[in-house]
Design a protein around this ligand. Structure first.
Ligand SMILES: Cc1cc2nc3c(=O)[nH]c(=O)nc-3n(C[C@H](O)[C@H](O)[C@H](O)COP(=O)(O)O)c2cc1C
Length: 416
């Protein structure tokens, strides 16, 4: 099967069929002997199970992180990206995203920005106000409204800004013993790859680890990530490398480590509607083949708990909580024989009572649908076009004028 050829996607780019776009090379890796898996250290932080909940805007707020961490204690669960300028402006929405539950073992936060001075200011707030124990920097976002301003995955192309941004943030975080990590992609496209150089710069500037999403900006979420690039980066660096891209089940996590030698894995879409994937991965890393395939009743209990945590997150606003929950419900119910009218009813819920009522209508004994076990979910499309600032690719560094334009345009809200 060629990558993406049989995958049916909806208008948001979400996979509907759950077809597996893995190349035969990747599925062959599943037969490889179990790799040795060791804890990873990020400065003072120990990650005994080297698995990361990859930051996902609109998804990895603390209610979802708490669920994931309950299944897989001792991984690293990263908050969704926070726009540095919004944090500096003390935008209430950004401040809400900086909150953590008291049970979270490591408070891990991701900053996004283009202007090194602004990201430094945001890091200063994080440090001075004891907001987090770990700071990740976003250099992987492929969304047009971000890359057209030179941010996310466009930024490593400009080595001067990239270096300065990391240097400034590390300088602020280091004295507070807060490790800084960088999340990158392979490059803008295959003619403009940046990952080896970006990894080297991150290491030289004091990052504690790098996560590589093994796709280019142009590849967006299409096809399969090229895990061989993770292996290349691992060979190139001495700091830990987390591999990211297309881990849909615990066996994929083992296969990625076996194939690339990476130190740990980062999971994004694979855990949407499946926070128990972190239990499966913990088991797999411990050599056990125990896996979690909950019945519909068990899934509903997770939905009900998720709903209540979200109400807490939104300070008691049930409507906001339930609206946030809607996308999760679609993921939780993926593959279950639940009719269109029930799904529609969930999407129209406005309160906890509505959610509980709809849950009460489902048959709790229904088994987890085998056809969606460890199969792709979430976004799967390629970029239509890569949007970059005018003349971006002409030089690897920025002129004074370019900086003026870029930094003036640093967005307040750069959500995915
Ligand atoms: C809905 C969504 C939101 C995302 N938001 C972020 C983000 O805030 N910061 C970031 O670095 N990456 C973000 N990503 C990228 C993921 O962290 C991850 O790198 C990507 O999904 C590839 O991993 P996967 O194949 O396991 O999904 C997002 C991805 C999705 C699907």
């Amino acid at each position: 099967m060629t990558a993406n050829s049989e995958t049916v996607i909806d208008e948001r780019g979400d996979s509907l069929t759950g077809e597996d776009p893995r190349s035969p090379r990747h599925t062959a890796a599943l037969d490889a002997p179990a790799p040795a898996i060791r804890p990873v250290r990020l400065g003072p932080i120990d990650v005994p199970t080297p698995v990361v909940l990859s930051p996902m805007a609109g998804v990895t707020n603390w209610p979802f992180r708490v669920l994931c961490e309950e299944y897989g204690p001792d991984g690293l669960y990263v908050a969704e990206m926070i726009t540095a300028r919004a944090l500096v402006a003390r935008n209430p929405k950004a401040l809400r995203l900086c909150r953590f539950a008291s049970t979270e073992r490591v408070r891990s936060l991701q900053l996004y920005g283009v202007n090194p001075a602004i990201v430094e200011q945001a890091a200063r707030i994080v440090v001075d106000e004891h907001m987090a124990d770990h700071v990740d920097l976003n250099f992987g976002c492929p969304v047009p409204k971000v890359t057209r301003r030179g941010g996310g995955s466009a930024l490593p192309w400009k080595t001067d800004i990239f270096t300065e941004l990391i240097r400034r943030v590390v300088k602020v975080c280091e004295p507070a013993n807060i490790p800084v990590t960088a999340k990158i992609r392979v490059g803008i496209d295959h003619d403009h790859e940046t990952f080896l150089e970006a990894g080297r710069i991150a290491q030289e500037e004091g990052c504690a680890a790098v996560t590589l999403h093994a796709r280019t900006t142009a590849e967006y979420y299409g096809g399969h990530s090229d895990w061989s690039r993770i292996g290349e980066l691992k060979e190139h660096l001495t700091i830990p490398v987390f591999g990211n891209g297309d881990i849909w089940g615990a066996d994929d996590a083992l296969a990625m480590i076996a194939e690339t030698g990476c130190d740990g894995v980062a999971i994004g879409r694979g855990c949407q509607g499946r926070p128990w994937l972190f239990a499966d991965i913990k088991h797999a890393f411990e050599g056990s083949d125990e896996r979690f395939n909950p019945t519909l009743g068990e899934v509903c209990r997770v939905i009900a708990r998720h709903a209540r945590l979200l109400v807490e997150f939104y300070d008691g606003d049930e409507r906001m909580a339930v609206h946030d929950l809607r996308k999760h419900i679609a993921w939780y119910l993926k593959g279950f024989p639940v009719g269109g009218s029930t799904r529609k009813a969930f999407m129209e819920c406005e309160s906890l009572e509505d959610v509980d009522r709809e849950i009460g209508r489902l048959d709790p004994t229904v088994e987890f649908p085998p056809r969606v076990v460890d199969k792709p979910r979430g976004r799967v499309r390629f970029a239509k076009k890569v949007h970059l600032p005018y003349g971006w690719l002409e030089s690897r560094t920025t002129s004074h004028e370019e900086r003026e334009t870029l930094f003036g345009d640093d967005p307040m809200d750069a959500s995915y």
